[in-house]
Design a protein around this ligand. Structure first.
Ligand code: FAD
Length: 481
């Protein structure tokens, strides 16, 4: 056995931090020498098409920070590249580990991978312990009175709230840092340092937010004094009034329990509303856990055969932010430039794609999945199915966002539009929200030439709204469960 003390492994995946870390806390409570391991998963990396994928920069920098922190405690991060289903059992055997601890991941790929890892470890007499960490309440914990999964958010939330116990569900899981394996105890051949992004086939890119747990904790700290105004301001993209923590939550550079504790520490409508958003996240994880086929098909089976008549060049215009509807275009350009989009805008562009352009929600979902820094299978799928009215507890199909009214209401001064559509920045009032209805004089004085430096609307909202309602109504009445 390579180390003098019985060793365990804590395998990190979506939990790149040292604070409030359930699997690492358990590992360091039960074992005197815990090796912290990360596998650069080739199965996931090879499926990424964009060598400038921002998520790789985020992960890479977060791992560098984590490694430095571990080194400051005399330990180090062990990094390997390959298929975790092979790498973890092999490493555990080679290091003579007694147990592998990890945080549960509820996505279908992860569940299959973890079952394989558990089986291989079992065959070698090594324990595999997966604990809840990335969510507050996991699938199966929040049920109806008849003990069935809940398909609608409000009853889910009420049940979540009724059965929530702060000491159990939001307690801090403190890591015993003294029980990390010391770097000098790790045999040389396992002291593999983190490969560069170039070596992995990716490029380093600029990010709009700082990766790593220090930055995440700082962001949480900045949000705390603003939280009481969350309810009032959260729908205004230019107000920057949401926490911006979704990327950190995705990679686990922040603990969701720490966020919950912050919400519970204040009594304000803002804090209550914010907690309810975190419950939405649990809700979509719950849906994915109980109904994994939502990844492929609508939650509501009656829409299984729905065929969307939308045109592919409209999809391209949507992707590029060239639809002629400024709020939609500004949102898509912001997304393309940063990999992030405000929640109100995600709802607006998703509604526009599926109900104004009549394009299958799965195309938009895939476009988001490829580019979102905070991409999370459950929330993205849930959000798209909600907006296109085919999901669990969706937006009613006859309620269709008017992209112009949404713009007037949620970007009243046009700050957000001006930032991302600078060619419109000299327009004022309604003309800015929908230049196609501006007078020739307004366009001329603002240097806007429709069809030249800003597109004419690619569809007419009123016409498309009627088409969408009848398409969905027919599908609803003819589809079968
Ligand atoms: C079409 C569509 C796609 C989406 N795709 C994703 C995605 O891939 N990843 C993702 O994390 N969120 C997704 N969301 C939800 C939401 O837009 C983001 O979580 C939110 O914008 C993140 O910003 P924030 O961290 O400032 O959130 P805050 O407003 O500060 O909320 C705090 C946290 O609550 C959670 N949350 C907030 N709103 C929602 C919601 N509607 N559904 C689920 N969780 C929520 C997030 O984890 C968020 O970080 C999507 C929404 C829609 C409509």
């Amino acid at each position: 056995m390579p180390t003098s003390r019985p060793l365990s492994i804590c395998w990190l995946r979506r939990d790149l931090r040292l604070h409030d870390h359930a699997p690492l806390a358990l590992a360091t409570a039960e074992s005197q020498a815990v090796a912290v391991v990360f596998i650069l998963d080739r199965v996931i990396l090879d499926a990424l098409e964009n060598s400038r994928d921002r998520r790789l920069t985020f992960i890479h920098r977060s791992l560098c920070e984590l490694d430095s922190k571990l080194r400051a405690h005399g330990s180090m991060l062990i990094v390997r590249t390959g298929d975790p289903a092979e790498e973890i059992p092999q490493l555990a055997q080679e290091l003579g580990a007694k147990c592998v601890y990890t945080g549960k991941d509820y996505e279908p790929y992860a569940r299959t991978r973890d079952a394989k890892v558990a089986q291989s470890l079992f065959e070698s007499g090594i324990d595999f312990v997966a604990v809840k960490d990335s969510v507050v309440r996991e699938g199966g914990e929040v049920l109806s009175q008849e003990r069935n999964p809940l398909r609608v958010y409000t009853p889910y939330r009420k049940s979540w709230e009724r059965s929530f116990e702060p000491e159990r569900d939001a307690a801090e899981h403190q890591v015993t840092l003294a029980h990390l394996v010391q770097a000098k105890e790790i045999p040389e051949q396992y002291k593999t340092s983190l490969p560069s992004l170039n070596d992995l086939g990716f490029e380093e890119v600029d990010l709009w937010l700082s990766p790593g747990e220090d930055a995440a904790l700082e962001k949480l700290g900045q949000f705390a004094p603003q939280m009481h105004r969350y309810r009032e301001l959260r729908d205004f993209p230019a107000a920057h009034a949401t926490s911006g923590l979704s990327v950190h939550l995705r990679f686990g550079t922040i603990s969701v329990r720490k966020m919950v504790r912050l919400a519970l520490s204040q009594t304000s409508e803002g804090a209550e509303t914010w907690l309810r958003e975190i419950i939405w996240r649990d809700f979509y994880q719950d849906i994915l856990f109980h109904f994994p086929d939502v990844v492929e098909r609508p939650f509501q089976r009656i829409y299984d055969d729905l065929e969307y008549p939308g045109e592919q060049d409209h999809f391209s215009a949507w992707c590029e932010g060239k639809t002629g509807y400024p709020l939609v275009d500004a949102a898509m350009r912001c997304f393309n430039a940063t990999g992030w989009m405000h929640n109100r805008l995600r709802m607006v562009v998703a509604s526009f794609l599926t109900k104004d352009l009549l394009i299958d929600y799965r195309q938009g979902e895939a476009y988001f999945a490829a580019g979102l820094l905070d991409f999370d299978l459950a929330s993205n799928n849930g959000g798209w199915q909600w907006a296109s009215s085919v999901g669990a507890d969706p937006q009613p199909y006859f309620r269709i966002f008017n992209p112009i009214l949404q713009s007037v209401k949620f970007d009243p001064e046009g700050k957000f539009i001006r930032e991302w559509c600078p060619e419109l920045s000299h327009l004022e009032g309604e003309a800015l929200h929908f230049p196609a209805r501006a007078s020739e004089f307004e366009l001329l004085t603002a240097n806007v030439e429709l069809g030249k430096n800003y597109p004419k609307p690619i569809v007419d909202h009123a016409t498309q709204k009627e088409r969408a309602i009848s398409l969905l109504a027919v599908a609803k009445s003819t589809g079968s469960e």
